[in-house]
Design a protein around this ligand. Sequence first.
Ligand SMILES: Cc1cc2nc3c(=O)[nH]c(=O)nc-3n(C[C@H](O)[C@H](O)[C@H](O)COP(=O)(O)O)c2cc1C
Length: 226
Amino acid sequence: MTVKVAVIYYSATGTVYALAQAVAEGAASAGAEVRLRRVAELAPDSAIDQNPQWRRHADAATSVFQASVEDLAWADAFAFGTPTRFGAPAAQLKHFIDQAGGLWQEGKLADKPVTAFTSAFNRHGGNEATILSLGNVFYHWGALIVPPGYTDPVVYAAGGNPYGTSVVTGPTGDAADVAALEAARYQGRRLAQITIRLLAGSHVTDATSRDGAGRATGAAKISQTA
Ligand SMILES: Cc1cc2nc3c(=O)[nH]c(=O)nc-3n(C[C@H](O)[C@H](O)[C@H](O)COP(=O)(O)O)c2cc1C
């Protein structure tokens, strides 16, 4: 079974882009059809030009297709990446997400597996907070959060973040090193594999007891003694 995975990210200076590529590779290695998409840059040139690394990456990033909400409708599963901004997701990614209200209303974001990854300058600068903050969005969607957890040794090797792959870019960090990229690949592969299992089981009949109006009337098969 082929599943469709959208890897959607924002990156100013390239770190999260490297993670996004690795997540996409991991999902593709599990047989998924993958769309790797960057969200639109919102910062003015005057801000970008103050940081040569940002300017370089902004110019290079135009080779990646820009994300549209149609990618969210298309995908069976999502992976979102963003650098930490004061302990929260970047406004650029949030701006994209905030265009998904129509899809949310139509129920087209519900029941889809989702995972997230990030990067911060400081070891304790907000990596976990950023991913958990994105989790609030996923709860609202009724999406199915697929964290790496501690399900594979590569998670430990990359710093042991069970919420999602994260890298520290400052002097005490390792940037997007081999271990982080391996963890990101694993995260993408795990997302695709769980999506395959979910969709393969979607033919199973819903056995919930329902009344005449289609309302669930409770499970008929609860046993307290065996
Ligand atoms: C406005 C702004 C806010 C930031 N806030 C934080 C922060 O709260 N904690 C932190 O460790 N790094 C912070 N950073 C640094 C970035 O998150 C970090 O450099 C990240 O690795 C960049 O990822 P990228 O290369 O994909 O853009 C901030 C950077 C900017 C420009």
